[in-house]
Design a protein around this ligand. Structure first.
Ligand SMILES: NC(=O)c1ccc[n+]([C@@H]2O[C@H](COP(=O)([O-])OP(=O)(O)OC[C@H]3O[C@@H](n4cnc5c(N)ncnc54)[C@H](O)[C@@H]3O)[C@@H](O)[C@H]2O)c1
Ligand SMILES: [Zn+2]
Ligand SMILES: [Zn+2]
Length: 373
């Protein structure tokens, strides 16, 4: 039987993105009041505590002249944004067995159908009928969100390890973006071998997290490239061996030999600028993992890839199997959530922050405090 402990069932705040109606190229972000959703039999109602803002959200808010969103994946507008969330379970559907009201949970955002041919081939992350919380289904930049039970990961490991409720929820909200680069580098990219060198192009949250995980994973050096000084400083503080600025014409940073690497991570959203740099710094057997998205074409010079037997690998999101490992890293003290977070915002502050592009320049992950727990 479901348990019903919702405190306010009348209405809730939700940050809704719609296409612009003024030709501005920037979507409308309205904090609207909507009914609290009701979970179906296999679903869970979560009271959102924290929700990260992502490069994906920034892309989703930008529109082309034909008024389509610049996010390169599926999106159904209008939509309540938010896909990097943690919170507390407040109500469960009648068939839910794994989580109960009061549990602190982190939410996976890629919801696979589990029954299409692609899912049955084991590629759930590329599900033909994929539902994306905060992009094609209502997201977690809202007081409450409904998700399938299978999207909920209990955070009891951290609570049982003596973590405060606040730190636990913070770690929980970081699992989704950490999971994207974990999947890209260690699952799709095949991982790194101890002693390999890594160069990360773009030190926004994704590039930063990729470098931190490669450092944990045994890289002998992790070098970062980004034009934003505060992002380079934070990366260096978190264990990057060196951080450089790209040259003004984006052809190459000053000290180029440092960029030679067996693993390159493209997280800049600007591969037209970074790929020529990467191609000059591929080492034999190199892998380049592309996580960033752009709708601008990128030229590839195949020669260095052929000569170095190098691989170019794309990856987005993740769907199962990764949160538990990340939770282990947090519990073991190998990852510290406070060091990965930059600006924190209230729900009301998000539209202005997005409009001024704050999330594209502040160092660390921008986190929205939806409800103080
Ligand atoms: N694949 C996935 O699963 C996934 C998930 C979330 C976001 N994304 C995408 O990944 C990208 C990174 O996300 P983010 O949130 O870190 O974005 P972000 O915009 O915060 O970070 C991008 C960084 O790249 C830097 N940059 C720009 N040009 C550069 C250049 N020539 N060389 C080096 N650095 C340069 C920028 O200064 C910025 O700091 C975005 O394109 C985003 O849409 C992918
Ligand atoms: Zn994200
Ligand atoms: Zn499927």
């Amino acid at each position: 039987m479901g348990v019903f402990t919702v405190r306010d069932v009348s209405g809730m705040r939700a940050l809704r993105l719609s296409a612009p109606d003024d030709g501005s190229g920037f979507g409308r972000l309205d904090l609207v009041s909507v009914p609290v959703p009701v979970p179906g039999p296999t679903e869970v109602l979560v009271r959102v505590a924290l929700c990260g803002i992502c490069g994906t959200d920034a892309d989703a808010c930008r529109f082309r002249p034909d008024n389509t969103s610049m996010f390169g994946g599926p999106i159904s507008l209008p939509v309540v944004l938010g896909h990097e969330a943690s919170g507390e379970v407040v109500r469960t559907g009648a068939l839910v067995t794994r989580v109960s009201p009061g549990d602190l949970v982190a939410l996976e955002s890629v919801l696979a159908c589990g029954t299409c041919d692609t899912c049955l081939r084991g590629r759930r992350n590329q599900c033909e009928n994929v539902v994306l919380t905060g992009l094609t289904a209502p997201g977690a930049l809202a007081d409450y969100v409904v998700v399938p039970e299978t999207a909920c990961h209990r955070l009891s490991l951290l609570r049982d390890s003596g973590w405060s409720r606040q730190d636990t929820l913070l770690a929980g909200a970081l699992l989704e973006p950490l999971g994207c680069v974990y999947n890209a580098v260690f699952v799709e990219g095949g991982g790194i071998r101890p002693g390999e060198r890594v160069t990360v192009h773009g030190l926004g949250p994704l590039g930063l997290f990729a470098g931190v995980l490669c450092h944990i994973g045994g890289a002998s050096q992790v070098v970062g490239v980004d034009p934003v000084p505060s992002r380079r400083e934070l990366a260096q503080h978190l264990g990057f061996s060196a951080c450089l600025s790209p040259a003004k014409d984006h052809t190459a940073p000053p000290d180029t030999s440092l960029l030679d690497a067996e693993v390159h991570v493209e997280a800049s959203g600007n591969p037209a600028a970074t790929l020529p740099v990467i191609e000059r710094h591929l080492r034999p057997g190199a892998r380049c993992v592309v996580v960033s998205r752009t709708d601008l074409p990128t030229r590839i010079d195949t020669n260095p890839w052929v000569s170095h037997a190098a691989r170019l690998i794309g990856a987005r999101g993740h769907c199962g199997g990764i949160f538990p490992s990340l939770l282990n890293l947090f519990a073991a003290g190998r990852l510290d959530p406070a060091t990965l977070v930059g600006e924190t915002l209230s729900l009301e502050e998000v539209p202005a922050a997005m409009a001024r592009g704050a999330t594209a320049t502040s160092a660390g992950k921008t986190i929205v405090r939806v409800i103080e727990h």
